[in-house]
Every structure is written in C-alpha cells, then in structure tokens.
Write a protein that binds this ligand. Sequence first.
Ligand code: HEC
Length: 390
Amino acid sequence: MHTLSCAFALCATLLAQEPKVDFVREVAPILQAHCVSCHGADKQKGDLRLDARVHAFPVDEEEGSVVAGDVAASELVRRIELPDGDEERMPNEGPRLSPESVAVIKRWIQGGAEWPESGDAFFEAERQKLVIPKIDFGIESPATDAQQKIDDAVALLRKKGVLCERVAVDSAALDCNASLAGAQFGDAEMEAVAQLAPTLVWLNLGRTNVTDAGLVRIAALPQLRRLSVANTSVSDVGIASLGVLPKLEVLNVYGSKVGDAGLLASCAMPQLRKVYAFASAVTESGAIAVASKRSDLVVDRGEYATQRVAAAEREVAERKRREEPANEQCIVSGDKPSKEHFVDVDGLRVVFCCGKCKKKYEDDPAAFAAKVEELRKKRQESVGEQKQGQ
Ligand code: HEC
C-alpha cells in the first residue's frame, strides 16, 4: 500500500512538472467547440453547464463533474474517455475528442483545474459573437401626427412596389428599397420619400429612374446612413444637390454618371466612410485626390475586380497555350501527329502520330530532348512576338 501511494505521488509530481495548462488558451476552446452547445447558456443537458466557473464547480453539490487535482474521480474525464458507441460518451453526438484534447483536459484537472475569471470572459465573448447586434440608430419615435405622415408615405411607396420596412421591430428607423420597383420609380415618387425624413436610415434608389432633379428632395436628410444611386443616371449635379447629409456613412454610385466632382462634393459629409464607385465616372486621380483630403474615406473603384478578371483571362490563355500542340510533325516518325497521343513536358504539349511513337519517346526521352528543346524555343519566340503585338 505504502509503495502504491508513493508511486501515485511520484506520478502526480511528474504530471505536475509538465508545463501548466493555460485554461483560456487551451481548455476553454475545447469546451466551447465540443461541449457548450449542450452544456451552456442555452441548453443544460444533464443539468450541467461548462461555460462558467460557478456552474462547472457548483458549491452546493458534493461532487461536480470535475474534481480539481483528481482525474480519476472526475466524471467529465470518464465520459470523454468512454468508447464510441457508449451512450454516456461525451460529446454524445459526433466525433470524439482528439487524444490531444483529452490529454490537455486531464493535465488541466491534475494541475488543479484552475478556472480564472478570464475563463468566464472567454465564454461570454464567444456568446456575444452569436448574438446579432441590435440595430439601434437612437431614433426617437416621432410624435403622432409626424408618424401619421410617415405611415401615409410608406403606404404610398409600397403601392409603387417599394420595400419599406422598419429595420427592427423595436426601432422607428426605416429601410426603403426602391430598386425592386425599377423604372416604375422616378422623381415623382421622391416626394413621398422626403416625408420619411425623420426616420429614414437606408435608401436604395438603385436601377430606378431617379435623376439629379429628384435627389434635391432628399437634400440634408438628417438620419440617412446609406444611400445607393447605383445604375441610375444620377451625376455630379445630383450628388452636389444632396448638400451635407450629416449621418451618411456609405454612398453607392456604382454604374452611375457620378464622377470626380461628385466624389469631391461628398467629402463634405462628415460621417462618410465608404464610396462604391465601380464602373462610375470616378477616375483614379479623382480617388487619389479624395484620399489625400479624407484619409478616413475609402473609395472603392473595384480595381481588384478588374485585376482579377485580367488575371483569370491570362490564366485561361496560358492553359490554352499549354494544351496547344508544340509540334506539327511527330517527333519520332515525322508523320502527321494526332492530338490524342501526347505528353506534357514542363508545360509544353508534344504530340505523336500514334501510341507506339509515344511509347518510344517515353522509353527514352533523352533521345528526343534536343527536339523538345527546339520546340520549346520556337514556342517562346512565338509568345514573345504575341506579347509585342499586344
Ligand atoms: C449533443 C449534446 C451534447 C454534447 C455536445 C455534449 N454533451 Fe454532455 N451530456 C449530454 C446529455 C444529453 C447529457 C445527459 C445524459 C447523460 O448523462 O448521459 C450529458 C451529460 C454530461 C455529463 C454528466 C453530467 C452529470 O452530472 O450527470 C457530463 C460530465 C458531460 N455531459 C460532459 C460533456 C463534455 C465534457 C462534453 C464535451 C466534450 C459534452 N458533455 C458534450 C449531451 C451533450
């Protein structure tokens, strides 16, 4: 007995000598990924929560599922080590924990199962990531008569096919999307949009018939955060007539006639952070000029999109060229080659007249190396000419 407990003590000492487990960095992510969905704030299967210290180590129970310093007495360890198929195994669905994860948990318990406050904070932060942020624009509900005006305007806009909704049930803020009404929606309808002024936060006029003249109606809208005039005929004049929209954060002029002057005018809007200007009349130098004035304003001209398209085109061309035979005569027999019999030598497609010739080549490529090299030179020359011609 004596020796046994000595052996146990020795073993414990050895275990204790291993580097200490960092709960937040090593253990908490395992619990979060594999256990908290059933043992957390939302579900407490088996009355167990593993997402906060008070729950994981309940004071009123004799033994929690984790017994600090005693791996063998910890129910949690027994559960994660049960064989697959045992219905008490945890997690009781899906793949088991990796041996590394099990080892980390055992070392953590052996070392005292410390659960610092930052551990609770970890799980709380993970939970917050899943909570959809409440959209609160801090807009007071308008007085009854003002609200009536808004409701009337909303009803009218809806009749015209405009989507007009509160951004959240508990918010007075309005999202108005006219892009689905398309050409049915024009400057005449902007009168109704103007009525929404106290609560309108998002306005999408994309693909509508709205012109510069119509935009005058929404000049200085006090609550507007986002505005899109994408694919409309709106130009610099229209943007200038908006004046200062004090809360505008995002402006989309994609595919419109807005150019550098309009962009410059939008610089006066203090909260503006992003302008989408892909396929508009905004030039590179116009975007650079704005960048020097407003370092907090990002002008997205979609350069990356054009670059990506160009890169993809180059790759397709390159692939085609690699599949284009490099030789007009079979390099073994000198006969007319067939596309079916080929080898690719470092990106160069060499074709043969028949399978036999191909085999001859494959049996002794060195014998044909000079010929292949010649073909490669020819190919490089023709590519060079193509490039110069471009
Ligand atoms: C898909 C849901 C699910 C997942 C994921 C899950 N469990 Fe469970 N767990 C249960 C259910 C259901 C019970 C209650 C039935 C039982 O005791 O087997 C339970 C019970 C337990 C118990 C016993 C509690 C007690 O006091 O009786 C422990 C310990 C436990 N789970 C640990 C874990 C650990 C550790 C993980 C992650 C590695 C995990 N569970 C993942 C569903 C789950």
